[in-house]
Design a protein around this ligand. Structure first.
Ligand SMILES: [Mg+2]
Length: 241
């Protein structure tokens, strides 16, 4: 594993992991590409729970980092006294409601790109790499954030939580889609900001670069033994080929 806190450590080890050598790069969205502090996505959960399940509840105490929208919603409902079976009965309607909410308020989205993201996406695209997103967001919300951030056009496809509910399934489908597009031997690499991203990529048997631009510090991410662990995307360029 390559771990860097300032981009200058372990250059020798970095040479053994050629981060430039992949055909496809699959990015988590929140905390990896961007941060949204506008509350639009968050409030869409609350609106859906009130509209579909008649519960005026929040997400207090519900883990959201590294988790997927349907699972967050079901957890919040359970905390509000709604069993999983009942939660699932209206799940697709609730997800649709969330998407409609976010799209109606898209002008309020204020995504902030993480350090070095634009340069990395631009360079990878210039190098002819296939770029995709693999995220716990549902599809319409994921694209709304990417579009609001001005980076939607870098990505050819996405693997979202309305197709697959768990992060491992989302990552596996994303890698398979990359190989459907590029061929069965295409080399795929994931990038993510949470231990869940690292674990999911490894469970699927793919390399993963952990980037500490979310809430998890590099030391915490390193415990999951990603192939590379860096403070932000900009740091990648400090590693010679
Ligand atoms: Mg994330």
């Amino acid at each position: 594993m390559v771990t860097a806190t300032d981009g200058k450590e372990q250059r020798g080890a970095a040479k053994r992991f050629d981060w430039r050598g992949f055909d496809a790069y699959l990015f988590d969205i929140d905390g990896t590409l961007l941060h949204t502090r506008d509350g639009v996505h968050y409030e869409s959960f609350l609106a859906a729970m009130e509209q579909l399940y008649g519960r005026k509840v929040g997400l207090e105490g519900i883990a959201v980092q590294g988790r997927t929208d349907p699972i967050i919603l079901l957890d919040a409902l359970e905390q509000a006294g709604i069993c999983e079976a009942e939660g699932r009965r209206l799940l697709s309607a609730a997800i649709s409601h969330m998407c409609a909410q976010v799209e109606a308020r898209a002008h309020e989205l204020r995504p902030e790109l993480c350090e070095g993201v634009t340069k990395l996406l631009t360079e990878l695209k210039r190098m002819g790499k296939l770029l995709g997103v693999t995220t716990g967001n549902v599809e319409r919300i994921g694209w709304a954030k990417l579009k609001a951030a001005g980076i939607g056009e870098y990505f050819c496809f996405g693997s979202f939580s309305d197709r697959n509910e768990t992060r491992i399934e989302i990552f596996r489908w994303g890698a398979e889609e990359a190989r459907r597009r590029l061929g069965a031997n295409a080399k795929v690499c994931f990038m993510g900001d949470t231990p869940a991203d690292v674990a999911a990529a490894k469970a699927c048997g793919f390399p993963v670069i952990a980037v500490a631009t979310g809430i998890f510090p590099a030391e915490e991410l390193a415990k999951g033994e990603p192939d590379m662990c860096i403070p932000d995307c900009e740091t990648l360029w400090s590693y010679a080929r």
